[in-house]
Design a protein around this ligand. Structure first.
Ligand code: DAH
Length: 330
């Protein structure tokens, strides 16, 4: 007992339990009294009583020591009501911020979020989208193939999610599909082997090109404010007919011409069009009854325009000095 060293309140409590607790040593030896022969009970009783008193005194002693220690240590006088050290919170990645913003703008128009796999098969990424084998449009998207299975690829666009939703056959469809896509491109300030897209799809009865334009006008105004011009240019995509691309006047130079807009004053921000009837039929939807529009945009492109970022590689370098500049409010 004398060698017991108590430095904390926990040690003191451990001492109490060991010697004075209901299953402690003092109780235990007291219990032995019944085995002591009658003529020696008195002698033993006195001894045990001394042991008990000693243990209690020792307990009081170390209790006061540890109590005092707490009171006199460096903690004494510490103001426990002071606020704690602030926890540093992280910041969201700019790509996530913009993706969330795009999604919430379309959610306000009644679009629901849909997702699909990043490892896709040929049918969903190409064939069902009106790009059969040997179609030249496949060359526009340099594809990563998966060596174990010639039918598997890393999806080159989120248009594959359109096909998966249409195949479910539940109409009308009004979805927005954010996700990561992959292309076998040399990494540079303007291209990367992976990036992010948002795909939109609306299929119902009597959906028109006017609906498409109005939806996208609403989107760009919500996204970039009102201080710019918008134009639609005729284009070609195998999965839409007619097809268009949407440009906005360059937010960096205000339309007078700079490197970002390649001195044209315009920046392309998305591709779109009316869903090709072949797609509807490929997915078992009656193309005489239903029509629809689709669009697809690169999130990196939108983010670069919004925050005036000139190099795509910054998004994947994980440089905290870059990342911590972005907050949800901006
Ligand atoms: N999938 C196209 C791409 O990755 C983007 C796109 C264009 C999607 C037109 C669409 C669309 O849905 O209608 O380049």
């Amino acid at each position: 007992m004398s060698s017991f060293v108590a430095t904390t309140a926990d040690d003191t409590e451990a001492f109490r339990i060991k010697y004075l607790g209901t299953k402690g040593l003092v109780k235990e030896v007291m219990g032995e009294m019944k085995n002591v022969p009658g003529d020696r009970k008195k002698e033993f009783g006195q001894l045990l009583n001394e042991f008990k008193i000693f243990a209690e005194a020792k307990y009081t002693e170390i209790q006061s020591l540890t109590d005092n220690k707490d009171a006199t240590s460096e903690n004494a006088g510490f103001d426990w009501s002071l606020p704690g050290d602030p926890l540093r919170t992280g910041s969201r990645h700019p790509i996530s911020l913009v993706r969330n913003q795009v999604v919430s703008i379309f959610q306000r128009l009644g679009f629901a979020v849909a997702e699909g796999p990043e490892i896709e098969d040929d049918w969903h990424n190409f064939t069902a989208l009106n790009m059969p084998e040997n179609h030249t449009a496949r060359d526009m998207q340099d594809t990563f193939y998966i060596s174990q299975n010639p039918d598997w690829i890393l999806r080159t666009h989120t248009s594959s999610v359109q096909v998966r939703e249409m195949e479910k056959g539940k109409l009308p469809i009004r979805i927005i599909c954010p996700g990561r896509v992959y292309r076998n491109e040399t990494i540079s300030a303007r291209a990367h082997c992976f990036f992010h897209q948002v795909e939109g799809l609306y299929i119902a009865e009597n959906v028109s090109f006017a609906d498409l334009k109005q939806t996208l006008y609403f989107f760009v105004q919500e996204m970039f404010g009102k201080d710019f011009k918008v134009r639609f240019r005729p284009s070609y995509f195998p999965f839409t007919e007619p097809s268009a691309e949407m440009d906005i006047s360059c937010l960096i130079c205000g339309g007078t011409g700079c490197n970002v807009c390649k001195h044209t004053g315009w920046v392309e921000i998305l591709g779109c069009g009316m869903v090709h009837p072949n797609l509807l039929e490929n997915c078992g939807i009656d193309s005489n009854k239903y029509t629809g529009f689709a669009f697809g945009m690169g999130i990196e492109r939108i983010t670069m325009l919004k925050y005036q970022i000139k190099d795509l590689r910054l998004f994947s370098e994980n440089d905290v000095r870059f990342l911590k500049q972005f907050t949800a409010a901006t």
